[in-house]
Design a protein around this ligand. Structure first.
Ligand code: SF4
Ligand code: SF4
Length: 112
């Protein structure tokens, strides 16, 4: 590596904006296919529990009797297995991420 290479980079870095952003105050635009977070159309869910069985990180809990669908957002690894295996196609991946938080977050959706 020559001195010229480093000098060129140093000058470039001084004259360009930083590559990083002040997240979460400033957010980068998401790509169309970014796997951000799971969303459910609860009205179409039949509480079969397949998504719970297929989830590798135990992020989903389905209570058939109480018609309750829950997801622990911080446990989800955005693999998309629940979305791919839902027989009613009522799960989808939205491309924005779950908002940062100080504690684990569980979202519950009731079909009752
Ligand atoms: S797989 Fe689909 S229909 Fe079955 S419980 Fe999960 S979200 Fe509901
Ligand atoms: S995307 Fe993967 S990890 Fe997240 S809830 Fe669905 S199956 Fe579980």
């Amino acid at each position: 590596m020559s001195v010229m290479y480093f000098s060129k980079n140093a000058i470039k870095n001084l004259t360009h904006k930083p590559a990083t952003l002040m997240y979460p105050n400033k957010k980068r635009a998401f790509f169309e296919r970014t796997r951000g977070h799971v969303e459910i159309r609860i009205a179409d869910c039949i509480f079969c529990g397949i998504c719970q069985k297929r989830c590798p990180s135990n992020a989903i809990r389905v209570e058939r009797a109480g018609k309750l669908w829950q997801i622990e957002r911080m446990n989800c690894i955005q693999c998309g297995a629940c979305v791919d295996n839902c027989p009613k196609k009522c799960l989808g991946m939205k491309n924005d991420y779950t908002a940062p938080d100080m504690a684990k977050k569980t979202d519950a959706y009731s079909g009752a």
